[in-house]
Structure formats: structure tokens, C-alpha cells
Design a binder for this molecule. Structure first.
Ligand code: MOS
Length: 734
């Protein structure tokens, strides 16, 4: 990269890459402290009932065991529900760890054994005996669909007369789709290391997508206002699992307060299946169309599970009211409370489910009207989001279709199922559309020209593996005309300027805008200092006459007239600016979204029913891409997860026990390298001057949306068999 080429838009390596590959990057459960204690969690073996008695005597008798915390001896906790309501809380009353004797779900934490070593704590935890008073539980969504109640979600009002038009439509399809529970399973399990300070202040290394969310939670639940700092320098993946403070945080804090010592609590892989997840969902789709395949009416209903204590909602059916033009639309969304933990946002929450069903139904419609599935989408293209009636700030989905299809070779696709084969292998081509919101939240950042002339930028946001360290450095370096090496971006610290949760694909839009604006504000201060200083090379010049180039100020009309920023700062001292960036008002008149077109080839063994995804092309419209390399990695990860959703992932519950059974990475099947084909990612050109000043819409989630439908549609094209219940395992194909 030449010094003059702006870093923004370049496929740069991660600035934190060397730290990660050399093991220097430390995660929440890897921080040490003098006399650090270790906690091991004892989880409930029943799904519903009461704790009658916890016998910790055998555990306490083990030398090196310091305490066993239960609901009976824990430190005081807040009583009001509001104290537990974090920034991603669902409607209802959030779960309270070790609060009382009630058991709300299998896997619920009931005790924390604290010992001088992790091994001692784990061994002693196995000695804790819990006596239960069991009550009957219900954990099966499919058995309890009759108990569904409307979700507390604001759905778009019905438009037109969907039922009436469906009844008279020339062509129609009606189908039911279902999908199982999925668990997040980031590589790094949840962990919190609480460092107990002499003054009773807590410094907490937490696995979280929001340091200030965890900070607020601990302050509110334990009454520790102003005494808590939460750090998350590195996060080994999260995908939504870190959007809410998880119970290991509360348990580690309890132990630290009780024992006045530093404590770490790390969850095991099995315990990663004892909190939020993507809910089991049943969906019902009805589409009515004319012979041209244009949608005349659409009904989409979804029913999902939730817990007894919270109503978890996500946007499942809304996408069906906005993705295609349709004048008669009716959407419905219901929940069934069960004796399970509350579901939790998981990568593109709601859209992965709702768009899966819609895009399979569109494929079914394509066969019903005998129109190519891609052409069917084009026939129904909408420049408006009909849910809101607003035009899109930009929508290059048509370019995704065209460029993705060209790269894939879609033109050569025969219409009829079972028309491509290679010996005993049936080959199928399927496609689907993806959509996700392009959101922006208020966010703050601070930019500082340090004494050594380097640029230090900071915000409390996190980097859950998405590339935030790198992308923010690129934005700052570009703004100040600095080489990347002279810029340092600091994050993952609740004491830094306020940032929203890292989620919703809005970090670049939100924090990136704040970084850009803070840097622009810093530039004003630098210019002020340079132009107002008597005797300066730049005295009396207007801003437009001075450029920021390669770490120096330079006269636009005389490049030889140059002042390195390091020299300026030695003359005038450190300069700093802090800004809170708000979404611009201009956004209000528009709908803002990212889109994708996914094309998939599968090879199905006709005799065995095994499905291999052999090719994927994912064409993405996400505005301006700040770093095509890290952005591509986001899409790759999304596509792999989409393949997992389509073919592999499923957390199975034994309803007799009310307990998840395949709670390990051996039995919870994920796509491994052998399951993953060559995946091609294209970013189409999509200029957008409305969405934010970066023109960037975010790429963390769009990559998964539509993938499962494209795989399912390809399986149908290969086999002529429509499997509507995910995952598509071989038993369903035989
Ligand atoms: Mo994402 S599910 O907002 O981490």
C-alpha cells in the first residue's frame, strides 16, 4: 500500500492478527491474579421444581475448597426486575442466578463450588448433592402449539385482503416449515475473571459483546454503582451469546464479594448449552400468484418457543412483508412458553428463520408457475419496503442477482428437478435472496493526538472477531491521513466512551461513524492550533488550504511546506476530541437494508441420501465495504453457518427429562472443512449517501440469511424431494 492510498476500502490484514496467532491475545478466562480462586458450576438435573436441599458437606470437606455458594448463602441481590434488565433483555423478568429455590429449566445453575484450583473445584462440584422436589415440565413446542399466544411484537398491520385474494388466486402454495433449537457455540466458552480490589472495586474480564452492558448489570444487581470496570480486550466469537450478561458473570461476582478475593468462573462446553439459543420454530406460508408469478397475496405465520419468565421476540415474519412487492399481506407471530431458558439472539436473529421459510416457499411457487426461481424474484422486485412504505436508501439486490448468477453460471440451469446427475450422484442448483437491516445506534469515540505524534482512538465497543480493531484503525487512519502503523484503536473497556452492544451488524455504522467524526473534530483542533500559532508555517491559513498527508500537515499549494504532527504536538501539547455520533435525520425518510443473492450447488448420493454442498456463490450488497478481507471472512462464516443450519445443526432435547442431550461438539454437528465447499463472495457496488457518512451498512449477519433456503432449494432441484423440516438429514431424504 502506498502511503498516499487511503487505508479505507483496502483488504488489509487484521492489526490484531499477530497477537492472536502468537497466543498473546488474552481472553476473559485467561487472566491471572494473585491467589485467584476458581469456580465450578453445579447445574440442575431437572427442568421444573424446587430445590429441597443442597448437601455441600462432601464438597466442603475437600482440602482446597473455599466455599460452596447457593441461594441460601449468596451475597444480597437486587429485588426489582429492572436491575436484571440488560440492554438486550426480552420482555418479562430476566433470570436471576442463585436467587431462590425455584428451578425454571434443566441446566439452571444451582451452586458454585469455589476452590484454589479449577480441578479441585470441578471435582468438588461432582460431590454436591441436590435434593429436588420435581414438578411436571413441558419442553416440546410441537406438543404445545395449542398454547401459543401472540408475541408482544409490533408487526406491520395487515394490508389488503390476504385471505380473500388467496382464496381466488390462480396459483398458490401452502406449506409448513420447521427448524430446531440451535446453540451458539463460539470457540471461546463464556468466562469471567473478577479481580477484587483492596477498595472493594471490581475489575472484570468478561466474555461479552458489551462491556458497559455487563458493567451496568453488575452495578445494578449487586448495588455497586461506580465500583465496576469491565474489560473485554478479545472475544473468541459470540454470535449473540454475549449480548446479555450470562450467569457465569453473576456467579463470579458473588464469589468475589463473598470471599473478598479474585475469582474466575469458566463454563464448560456442556454448560454452553445451559442458556440462550435459537428457538425451535414452526412456520406457515401461503403464497398466491398469477401465471406471471407475481405475488398477489402472502400470509406468513411463525410460532416459536420461549421461557416461562421472558417473551423472547425476534423479527421472523416481517421480511415477508418487505422483500417482494405484494399488496395483500398478513403476518402473524406467536410464542409458546415452556420450561426452558429464554432464547437469545443468534446471528441474524429471526431473519435466518423467516427468510428460510419465505425463500423455500418462493422456490415452491417457482415450480408451481414453471418460472425460473431467479426470474420469479425479478418479477416480484420491490424498490419500496412496503411494510413502511419507504424507498430504500440503496438496494443493489438486482446487481447481486445478476453478478451472482453470472459467476455461478445459473443460465445453464435446467428447470426440472432431477435433471442433473453424475453417475449415482444427483446434482441440484438452488438460490435464495437474503436481507438484513442496516441499523445505526448512537455511539461515542475519542481521538487523541498523543505526545509522540501517533493517533490514539478509543471506544468501549468490542471486537468479537469481526475485525473491529482493524476497521476502526482504517477509518481513523484515513480520516487523519496517517499510516496505519501510527494509529492505535483501543476498545473493550467500559471506562471508554459509550458504545452500544456489538451486534445487529451495526458496529461499523455506529462506532465507525463516531470514530470518523471524532477524527474530524480532532483535525479541526489540530488545524486551529497550527493556523492560530503565531510564526507557524500555517499561520492565518484557512482549513481548505491545509491537507493531512502521511502524518503531517501540508500546504495544499506548496507540498514542500510541511509540518509532521509529531512536531506540532511537541509545540502545542496533546490534542483530543470526543464525539457522540447519532444516526442522521436523513435516514428517517428511507428504509435501510443489506441484501444478498445466494447460489448453491449440492451433490446428493441417490442411494445414501447424503448431501454435499459443492459450490456456493454469495453476492452481497452492503453499501461501501471498509475492509474487503475481514468483510469476506464475515460472509464466509455466515455461509458456513447457513450450511450448518440447512444440513447439520440441531440441539436435541429429551422431553422426558426436559434436557438437551447432544451438548458437546462431538454430538452437536457443525459443518467441518470436509462439509464446506469453495465459497465465492462478491460485494456488488452499492453507493449510499443516506445510511451514514461512511456509506457502510454492516456485514456481520447478512452472510447467513438465505443460505439454508438456497441449500434446501438445491436439494429439491437435485432430488425432487421437498424437505421442510431442518436440518435436512439423510433419513429425511431416503
Ligand atoms: Mo448479533 S445476534 O446481534 O450478535
Amino acid at each position: 500500500m502506498s502511503a498516499r492510498q487511503s487505508p479505507q476500502g483496502q483488504p488489509l490484514d487484521r492489526v490484531d492478527g499477530p497477537q492472536k496467532v502468537t497466543g498473546q491475545a488474552r481472553y476473559a478466562g485467561e487472566y491471572a491474579a494473585p491467589d485467584l480462586l476458581h469456580g465450578s458450576v453445579v447445574c440442575s438435573a431437572i427442568a421444573s421444581g424446587q430445590i429441597r436441599h443442597i448437601d455441600a458437606s462432601a464438597a466442603l470437606a475437600v482440602p482446597g475448597v473455599v466455599a460452596v455458594l447457593t441461594h441460601e448463602n449468596r451475597p444480597p441481590l437486587a429485588c426489582e426486575d429492572e436491575a436484571y434488565a440488560d440492554a438486550d433483555a426480552a420482555d418479562g423478568a430476566a433470570f436471576r442466578p442463585l436467587f431462590n429455590a425455584h428451578i425454571l429449566y434443566s441446566g439452571q445453575p444451582l451452586a458454585l463450588v469455589v476452590a484454589e484450583s479449577l480441578q479441585l473445584a470441578q471435582y468438588a462440584a461432582s460431590l454436591v448433592r441436590v435434593e429436588y422436589q420435581q414438578t411436571p415440565h413441558r419442553t416440546d413446542l410441537l406438543a404445545d402449539l395449542a398454547r401459543a399466544h401472540p408475541a408482544p411484537a409490533e408487526l406491520p398491520a395487515p394490508r389488503g385482503d390476504a385471505a380473500g385474494v388467496l382464496a381466488g388466486a390462480l396459483l398458490g402454495i401452502e406449506a409448513r416449515y420447521s427448524s430446531p433449537v440451535e446453540h451458539h457455540n463460539p470457540m471461546e466458552p463464556h468466562a469471567s475473571t473478577v479481580l477484587y480490589g483492596d477498595d472493594g472495586h471490581l475489575t472484570i474480564h468478561d466474555k461479552t459483546q458489551g462491556t458497559q452492558n455487563s458493567q451496568q448489570y453488575v452495578e445494578d444487581v449487586f448495588g455497586l454503582k461506580g465500583k465496576v470496570r469491565v474489560l473485554a480486550a478479545f472475544v473468541g466469537g459470540a454470535f449473540g451469546s454475549g449480548l446479555r450478561p450470562q450467569y457465569q458473570l453473576a456467579l463470579a461476582v458473588m464469589a468475589a464479594l463473598k470471599l473478598r478475593r479474585s475469582v474466575r468462573v469458566s463454563l464448560t462446553r456442556q454448560q454452553m448449552f445451559t442458556f440462550g439459543y435459537r428457538p425451535c420454530t414452526v412456520q406457515h406460508l401461503q403464497l398466491g400468484a398469477g401465471a406471471d408469478g407475481r405475488l398477489q397475496a402472502l400470509r406468513h405465520g411463525a410460532t416459536a418457543q420461549t421461557s416461562r419468565f421472558e417473551d423472547f421476540t425476534e423479527h421472523v415474519v416481517e421480511w415477508s412483508g418487505m422483500l417482494y412487492h405484494c399488496d395483500n399481506v398478513q403476518l402473524d407471530y406467536q410464542l409458546v412458553p415452556l420450561d426452558v431458558y429464554t432464547p437469545l439472539d443468534m446471528r441474524a436473529p429471526g431473519a435466518t428463520l423467516g427468510v428460510y421459510a419465505l425463500e423455500c416457499a418462493m422456490d415452491e411457487l417457482a415450480y408451481a408457475v414453471a418460472i425460473d426461481p431467479l426470474q420469479l424474484r425479478l418479477n416480484n422486485y420491490s424498490a419500496l419496503n412496503q411494510n413502511s412504505g419507504k424507498p430504500y436508501s440503496s438496494k443493489a439486490l438486482d446487481a447481486c442477482y445478476a453478478e451472482g448468477a453470472a459467476r455461478f453460471g445459473w443460465d445453464a440451469r435446467p428447470l426440472a428437478p432431477r435433471s442433473l446427475r453424475d453417475g449415482h450422484t444427483l446434482i441440484g442448483w438452488g438460490m435464495a435472496t437474503g436481507v438484513w437491516e442496516a441499523m445505526q445506534q448512537p455511539a461515542s469515540a475519542r481521538a487523541c493526538l498523543a505526545a509522540d505524534g501517533s493517533l490514539q482512538v478509543s471506544s468501549a465497543t468490542t471486537d468479537i472477531g469481526t475485525g473491529t480493531y482493524t476497521v476502526m484503525t482504517q477509518i481513523a487512519a484515513t480520516s487523519l491521513g496517517m499510516p496505519m502503523e501510527r494509529v492505535r484503536f483501543q476498545l473493550g473497556d467500559s471506562s471508554l466512551p459509550k458504545a452500544p452492544l456489538q451486534g445487529g451488524s451495526f458496529t461499523v455504522s455506529s462506532v465507525g461513524s463516531a470514530v470518523q467524526q471524532a477524527c474530524e473534530a480532532l483535525k479541526e483542533k489540530i488545524l486551529g492550533a497550527a493556523t492560530q500559532r503565531p510564526g507557524s508555517l500555517f499561520a492565518g491559513l484557512a482549513s481548505a488550504q491545509v491537507a493531512f498527508i502521511d502524518g503531517a500537515l501540508q500546504r495544499v499549494d506548496d507540498p514542500a511546506c510541511r509540518l509532521p504532527l509529531s512536531e506540532l504536538v511537541s509545540q502545542v501539547g496533546e490534542l483530543q476530541a470526543e464525539v457522540e455520533a447519532q444516526p442522521s435525520k436523513a435516514r428517517d425518510a428511507y428504509a435501510t437494508a443489506t441484501h444478498s443473492a445466494v447460489f448453491v450447488e449440492v451433490r446428493v448420493d441417490e442411494a445414501l441420501g447424503t448431501v454435499q454442498v459443492s459450490r456456493v456463490v454469495s453476492a452481497i450488497a452492503a453499501g461501501r465495504v471498509i475492509n474487503p478481507k475481514t468483510a469476506r471472512s464475515q460472509i464466509l462464516g455466515g455461509v458456513v453457518w447457513g450450511i450448518g443450519q440447512a444440513l447439520h445443526e440441531e440441539t436435541l432435547i429429551d422431553h422426558n427429562l426436559g434436557r438437551y442431550m447432544n451438548h458437546s461438539l462431538a454430538e452437536y454437528h457443525l459443518p467441518v472443512h470436509a462439509d464446506n465447499p469453495a465459497i465465492e463472495v462478491l460485494f456488488v457496488d452499492e453507493p449510499d449517501s443516506v445510511v451514514n457518512s461512511l456509506g457502510s451498512k454492516g456485514v456481520g449477519e447478512i452472510g447467513i440469511v438465505g443460505v439454508a433456503a438456497a441449500v434446501a432449494n438445491a436439494v429439491y432441484h437435485a432430488t425432487g424431494k421437498r424437505v421442510r423440516d431442518l436440518p435436512i438429514t439423510l433419513d429425511k431424504l431416503l
